[in-house]
Design a protein around this ligand. Structure first.
Ligand code: G3I
Length: 323
């Protein structure tokens, strides 16, 4: 029997399976391109579509990296998630510290969203319109957008994205909101309010950045997904990785595999969990060691591009979890 790769198994389940992609790695690493095209049918620009990289100076856009990633996706039959239009990080100083009036700020935000969403219309299937607007305790994060525009910034951002591309699916995306907890409760209340106001929002992204030492409660993740599905919203796992501490042990790798499998099973059993995206292709390119010293090995392929137990566990879940 021909070997089945992740994307073949996922395709049979109608599931998009993706990874975050670095433009530099895509250009410079042939093995990276080979694994990416072989295993995934979706990708997210890890950084290339963020405000700062795309719009480094007022009115000046830099699309080369994002265009290269989108072209690779098109050439390899892959869907693209757009990440992200409104986020407090990787904001260029000209915007974050521009001291604009409300009206000028609104014009700049509308211009950014319209320019970016229009450019990738028909090439991006879903946008993380707003990313990480809440604190872990469920309160509003004090972002430049909240300061400039008040809480309505979410509503206007979704409307502008919809104006620019009425067909693209619009998501709210966040981390540490995977289980039913204070943060996901706040997100649930917010998306309910947006829906009641007729705001064009179509889904919620659960980033799923986990650690092997976490207490995972799959039933709580399933209940969280269900309550968003019950609102008529899609849910996508948007940035999964499962980090461990050095020295990485065999038991860590096995626990990691079990965590990946449990979340995949929750996704496959959900009414609408349409995508499962990991945040990086191989451990060599993971963001984690740069941020969490002495931690890493969070992805499906090791630093040499070899599949780990977690990769096999996902294939097994996709193969076994028949509806
Ligand atoms: O490109 C510059 C390079 O020119 C410069 O020499 C270098 C050193 O300063 O920085 C490079 O930019 C870095 C960029 O990644 C590209 O490598 C930024 O400093 C660094 O902050 C940035 O980190 C990214 C981070 O988001 C912040 O944007 C990570 O790669 C990326 O994995 C991470 O992803 C986020 C999601 O977007 C949202 N959810 C959480 C997730 C993890 O933080």
């Amino acid at each position: 029997m021909a070997q089945m790769f992740l994307r073949d198994l996922a395709q049979k389940r109608g599931l998009a399976i993706g990874t975050a992609v670095s433009a530099d790695a895509l250009r410079g690493d042939a093995q990276y391109r080979t694994i990416l095209a072989r295993e995934f049918n979706m990708l997210t620009c890890e950084n290339a579509m963020k405000f700062g990289p795309l719009h480094p100076a007022c009115g000046q856009f830099a699309f080369d990296d994002a265009d290269a990633i989108v072209a690779f996706a098109r050439e390899n039959g892959m869907a693209v998630r757009g990440h992200t239009l409104v986020w407090h990080r990787m904001l260029p100083d000209w915007f974050a510290k521009g001291g604009f009036t409300y009206d000028d700020g609104i014009d700049l935000m509308r211009g950014h969203i319209h320019t970016v969403v229009s450019r990738y219309r028909g090439q991006v299937c879903a946008w993380d319109v707003v990313n990480e607007a809440f604190e872990d305790d469920g309160g509003w994060r004090g972002t430049p957008f909240l300061r400039m525009f008040g809480p309505d910034y979410l509503t206007t951002a979704f409307h502008w994205a919809h104006e620019a591309d009425p067909d693209v699916k619009l998501f709210y995306n966040d981390y540490s909101a995977d289980h039913v907890n204070r943060k996901s409760d706040a997100i649930y209340a917010m998306v309910r309010m947006l829906l009641d106001q007729g705001v064009p929002i179509h889904g919620v992204g659960l980033q799923m950045h986990l650690c092997v030492w976490d207490d995972l409660h799959p039933a709580s993740v399933a209940a969280n997904i269900k309550r968003f599905n019950d609102l008529g919203l899609d849910v996508q796992i948007t940035e999964m990785d499962v980090r461990m501490k050095e020295p990485f042990s065999e038991s860590d790798l096995l626990r990691q595999a079990r965590i990946y499998r449990e979340i995949m099973e929750v996704c496959l059993r959900a009414e609408r969990c349409s995508a499962f995206v990991v945040w990086g292709l191989t451990d060599r390119y993971s963001w984690i060691p740069d941020v969490f010293e002495g931690e890493g090995a969070a992805l499906l392929f090791d630093a040499d591009g070899q599949p780990k137990q977690a990769y096999e566990a996902l294939k097994e879940a996709l193969w076994r979890e028949r509806t």
